[in-house]
Each structure stands twice: as C-alpha cells, then as structure tokens.
Design a protein around this ligand. Structure first.
Ligand SMILES: *Cc1c(COP(=O)(O)O)cnc(C)c1O
Length: 389
C-alpha cells in the first residue's frame, strides 16, 4: 500500500503487510532460520546484494520486515531496524553511528541500563558521555565539544515525567553537527513523533507499550536510510536481531496501540487528579496535570500526558512501602506499558544502584512511587491505592 495516503489508524492495521502464496489475512509468522534458493546463481546474487530477498533470519525475516515497515510508517521514518530488545536498539544505534574518540551529550534522566551503557560499555571503547539536565536546553549547548556526535534523550523521563523540548534540543544538535536520538518508549508514535520535531533517530523498547501486554522483548531504531545503513550493518554482523515470533506479537500489538494509549492516558489523568486530592500525597508528577512544570510544552509535543504517573507520599520509604504492600490487585513489578497496572518504588529498585546523593539530586525521593497505569477500572485502581494511603 502507498503509505503516505493513509491515516495513522489505518497504517497501524495494514502498513507492511505482505501476503504469501496462501493469501492469509492475518500476518504470517515465518519461523525459519534460513531461506532456500532456486539455484546456485540465485544464492550468489542474494549474497552480493544483486537480487533482493531473504537469506538468513539474522539478516532479514519476512515477519520482522512487516513489523519494521509498520512501525516506520507510524513514526514517519524512511527505515526501521528491529532489534532483540530496547537496550540492543540503543547499543546498535551507538555502535553503528559512533566510533572511538566521539563524544555524546545525554540527558541525566535516562533509563538505568542506558546510563550504564554510556558510562561503562561505550566508555571502554573510547566514547565519552556528558550528562546534562533533561529540561535545561542551555546545558546541552554548553556541553558541546568539537567531537560531539550524538545527543540522546528520552521524554517524558522515568520516573519523574520531565519533558525535554525536542525541537529546541534538535536545533542545538543541528548547529553542533550532531545527531539527536530520542527514546520514544513512553509515548510511542501514537502520542509523539520525534522525527517530525527535528530528531534524527527514534529508539523504541517495543517491550513496553508496543507489545502492551507484557509478553516479549524487542526494540527498534528508526531514521533515514542513510543513518540506518550502519545500524543495520552492526546488527547483521553481531546478531541482536528481533525474533520472528516477537515481531509477530508486536505486529498484533501495534494494531491496538492507539486505542490502548488513549485509554492508558485517560485513566492516568484521572488517577493523577485523584492522587492530587489525597492528604498523604505530597506531590504528583504527570505531564497532563496543569500543575506539571512543563505542562504547556508536554501538550505541544505530545497528544496526551501518557500512561505513567509518579507521586510522592509523605513519610518517606516506610510510607511508600506501606502503599505498595497494601495493594491487592496492582502488580508489584518494574515493567511498564502493560494493560495491567504496575507499581514500583524507584529508590529501592530501578534506581537502587545510584548513590543516595545522586538520587536526591535527580529528585527521586524515598517516598516516590511510580505507577504505569493500566486499563483496569479507575475505581479499582484508586481503591487498591487508597488502602495504604
Ligand atoms: C525498558 C526501557 C528500555 C530498555 O528496553 P528493554 O526492551 O528492556 O531492553 C529503554 N528505554 C526505556 C525508556 C525503557 O523504559
């Protein structure tokens, strides 16, 4: 189908679909590690790239290709490279686009493993990273060096839902001749399209909302054909490829992504408003709330506030654990983006490896709780939280 002609709702259902000789309606799952050639000459032509077609599923697989084309259509990207997880998407983007001696400017409000990747893994290979405020554009400008190649951010951030100004940071990156990569995991293309705001690369952990039902791991890197060529080259050689089965699960997930993101957002906004009324809640962090310091910017660059709400209870860790331990329905788990609501205490789980001082500087207090709001009835989520509050 000619993708430009269709609305996002339609693309989510139909973009990328390729039918086999059997004319199946639903996308086929090709569980095969390799592909058979008609003759030796065809094999030779495939291997030197003279003839398009599948060779081996570390390189390409038809189910994975359907997923890549569907997500690319939704993000408005020329190309998508699917990966085994969100972390391998970030690794593949960095390994494909950076080399020893390059410098990265990154938001200090990043997913924990992403911080480790920059600080510990890439550093070993001669790539240095400077961490700056997610929200203060002047810090991004000030951190630029002659060898700066990449800017990296995620917005809204985890768990405090800080909003980075994608267009403003993209302009700084452009003037520094650097690329801007945005981890769009929290919003998905349904709520935010970073490439349209000036970013060069979009990263996904498909594990979260794209699956949306907590089943499989996967990731994606998206951007221009030119930028994706070395990213794909890294993947094809080193192998953190998306499995066909997972691609098939994600294809189905994308079909309901818009409905789910709207429902997550609606529930999250109502829960955030309710939390603001609770006497034992000191503060609520949600971009859709008028009290959020970047509410106006959030609603300029994303359609809704999204599905993640954080709040601080009075009484520190003991009070936060009391809320968590008094829930009967919510899932106590670090995952997010699931139809089932999840509850997390960042200070002792996702952010436990950070020093108490660094945690305090990042605003992650011992009383902070993160909720990835699911699709249960709002009243049931409220009642589950009310017990411990
Ligand atoms: C979970 C997550 C990742 C990592 O994704 P995996 O699929 O777990 O490897 C990266 N970025 C963000 C914002 C995430 O929430």
């Amino acid at each position: 189908m000619t993708e430009a002609k269709y609305q996002p709702e339609t693309l989510a259902l139909r973009a990328g679909t390729e039918r086999s000789q059997f004319h199946e309606h639903s996308e086929a799952l090709y569980l095969t590690s390799s592909f058979v050639f008609d003759n030796a000459e065809q094999a030779a032509k495939r291997f030197i790239g003279e003839e398009p077609g599948n060779i081996y599923s570390r390189f390409t697989n038809p189910t994975v290709t359907m997923f890549e084309e569907r997500l690319a259509a939704l993000e408005g990207a020329e190309q998508c490279v699917a990966t085994a997880s969100g972390m391998s998407a970030i690794l593949s983007a960095c390994m494909g686009l950076l080399k020893a001696g390059d410098h990265v400017v990154a938001s200090q409000s990043l997913f924990g493993s992403t911080v480790n990747l920059f600080n510990n893994v890439l550093k070993k290979f001669g790539v240095e990273t400077t961490f700056v405020s997610a929200t203060d554009v002047a810090q991004w400008q000030a951190a630029v060096r002659p060898n700066t190649k990449l800017f990296f951010l995620e917005t809204p951030s985890n768990p405090l839902t800080e909003i980075s100004d994608i267009a403003a940071i993209a302009a700084v990156a452009k003037s520094a001749n650097a690329l801007l990569a945005v981890d769009n995991c929290f919003c998905t293309p349904v709520l935010q399209r970073p490439l349209q705001l000036g970013a060069d690369i979009v990263i996904h952990s498909a594990t979260k909302y794209i699956d949306g039902q907590g089943r499989v791991l996967g990731g994606a890197v998206l951007g221009s054909k030119k930028l994706m060529e070395p990213v794909y080259g890294f993947l094809r050689t080193t192998g953190p490829t998306m499995s066909a089965f997972n691609a098939w699960v994600f294809l189905k997930g994308i079909e309901t992504l818009k409905l789910r993101m709207e429902a997550h957002s609606a529930n999250a906004l109502q829960l955030a408003l309710w939390l603001e009324q609770q006497p034992n809640v000191a503060r609520v962090f949600y971009p859709g709330l008028p009290s959020h310091p970047q509410h106006a910017l959030a609603l300029k660059q994303q359609k809704t506030g999204g599905g993640i709400v954080a709040f601080e209870v009075k009484g520190g860790k003991a009070a936060a654990w009391k809320v968590i331990d008094n829930t009967k329905m919510l899932s106590i788990t670090a995952n997010l983006g699931d139809t089932k609501t999840t509850i997390t205490h960042p200070a002792t789980t996702t952010h436990a490896r950070i020093s108490p001082e660094a945690r305090a500087a990042a605003g992650i207090s011992d009383g902070l709780i993160r909720i990835a709001v699911g699709l249960e009835a709002l009243v049931d989520i409220q009642n589950d939280l009310a017990r411990g509050l």
